[in-house]
Design a protein around this ligand. Structure first.
Ligand code: NAD
Length: 453
């Protein structure tokens, strides 16, 4: 099925055929959203609305998707180690639950803000639908710097945040998971807090309140690597069409946390050569190949890639300009501005991170013929294995690592094929195609369910 075509084909697509009253601007005006071009939520909703119109969603379906169902903002005090109390701000945004319980990560980061969390919740709705797991989309976060907190402070922030939102989440209603700045240990504290707040006889059932837990306490084998593994399955499905042989390719990683680190190790295991990595501490390069296992040890010990002895330090611009087959952004949103996009010298931009480029950065990548494999497709492995964890918890069984991988592969490959089909069917770029493939399912469900009353 030779489906992937060049991006330059895709950008000639005319959305102008849509009637003016159906353009996203009309929905923005109706909902009194004053569009800010730098606002990630506005950018995301605009792209989703374009896709919703392409797949023929009805007006009421579009306005439902244009705003989250619930936006929860909390402030809570936490006892710090030196005896004083700090007040923290946290968010939980529940975008849409037409397909199933809300599902989405919790981020601990100093830049956490409501509109970014809203955008990430929208992307979760798209992602769950695209990989056909029966969840809706949500996201949460606490504005804090986990690197500045002691372990005991981190635990108290987690427990207080869980208690602050405990009435708005639930194991069959809204299920958090790890994201930037959070991990399995934090999920264990979260689950324990929720259990302690639940009636005694329900406590064991509440373990499903979060996914991404430690394997020793309700977690699934394969969850930790799942996002990287899913991305690798997408590359295995997509790269042959682009004439790239994984076992002989070069790649670079922007970000070496959960997603970047696992993607690096798994691609390295398939024979690909990791030539450069950048993170918040700097960028490193070695044409002969960087060993991701050794680098992971170095990052665990020192907190970042900077100073890794088996590679030379390089500047940011040099990092982006390196010639590679695949660049995987796996850090934060909006990092690829038009200036950085002009520097990028990769054939494929495989989005591990959510919304890694600005719309203007995206346009530059497209103009330059760089193939973008969109985030809702590439990084959906995490939520897919989260779903597996939830199913295992619900039915009190444990699947083997092989079974998890096999099922994950099936979801990822089918999502890739769905996206490719939408690309051809609607004659759109890959990002729009991924949204179209996701929205086709949501539209079908809304058509069946209708809107209460
Ligand atoms: P993480 O916290 O484990 O790692 C984040 C990485 O980004 C670190 O290497 C950090 O150094 C780097 N980084 C932060 N600021 C940077 C900067 N200014 N310049 C360069 N690098 C910087 O987070 P993660 O879980 O790997 O998530 C990364 C991205 O993937 C996020 O967009 C997240 O939403 C997305 N994602 C994660 C998962 C998951 O399962 N963890 C699932 C889907 C999507």
């Amino acid at each position: 099925m030779p489906i992937i075509r060049t991006m330059s084909d895709a950008i000639t697509t005319e959305h102008a055929a849509l009637a003016p009253q159906h353009l996203p601007a009309a929905v923005f005006a109706e909902l009194e959203i004053v569009r800010d071009p730098d606002n990630l939520f506005h950018q995301t909703i605009e792209q989703v609305l374009v896709a919703s119109q392409i797949v023929g969603m009805r007006h009421h379906q579009q306005i439902i998707l244009a705003q989250p169902a619930n936006e929860i903002m909390v402030h809570f005090p936490v006892l710090m180690d030196d005896g004083h109390h700090d007040l923290f701000k946290g968010y939980r945004v529940q975008h849409n639950n037409a397909l199933g319980p809300y599902k989405g990560g919790i981020r601990f980061h100093p830049d956490v803000n409501l509109d970014d969390i809203k955008a990430l919740a929208v992307l979760m709705t798209m992602k769950c639908s695209l990989v056909r797991v029966p969840f809706g989309g949500s996201k949460g976060g606490v504005k804090c710097d986990p690197r500045e907190l002691s372990v005991t402070e981190l635990m108290r922030v987690t427990r207080r945040f869980c208690s602050a939102i405990s009435n708005q989440i639930g194991p069959d209603y809204d299920i958090p998971a790890p994201d930037v700045g959070t991990n399995a240990r934090i999920m264990a504290w979260f689950a324990d807090t929720y259990a302690q707040m639940s009636p005694e006889h329900e406590r064991h059932d509440t373990i499903r309140i979060v996914t991404g837990k430690p394997v020793d306490w309700g977690g699934s084998l394969g969850r930790e690597k799942a996002t990287g593994q899913g991305l690798v399955y997408i590359l295995q499905e997509m790269l042959p069409e682009l004439g790239i042989d994984i076992s002989a390719m070069t790649f670079s990683l922007l970000g070496f946390g959960n997603v970047g680190g696992w993607t690096g190790r798994l691609l390295n295991g398939l024979g690909a050569t990791l030539v450069a990595v950048a993170d918040h501490t700097g960028a490193i390069h070695n044409d002969g190949g960087i060993d991701p296992e050794l680098l992971a040890e170095h990052v665990t010990e020192t907190g970042g890639v900077s100073g890794f002895r088996e590679a030379e330090m390089i500047g940011q611009d040099e990092f982006y300009g390196l010639e590679v087959d695949v660049l995987v952004p796996a850090a934060l949103e909006q990092m690829i501005t038009p200036e950085k996009a002009e520097l990028i010298n990769a054939k494929v931009f495989a989005e591990g991170a959510n919304a890694p480029s600005t719309p203007e950065g995206d346009a530059v990548l497209m103009r330059r013929g760089i193939e973008i494999l969109p985030a809702v497709l590439c990084n959906a492995g995490g939520v897919t294995v989260s779903y597996f964890e939830w199913v295992q918890n619900k039915s009190s069984v444990s699947w083997s690592a092989e079974e998890v991988d096999e099922r994950l592969k099936m979801h990822m490959v089918l999502a890739a094929r769905r996206t490719n089909l939408a690309r051809v069917k609607y004659d759109v770029d890959m990002r729009t195609a991924s949204y179209c493939a996701a929205l086709e399912q949501i539209r079908k469900v809304y058509d069946l369910r209708g809107v209460f009353p």
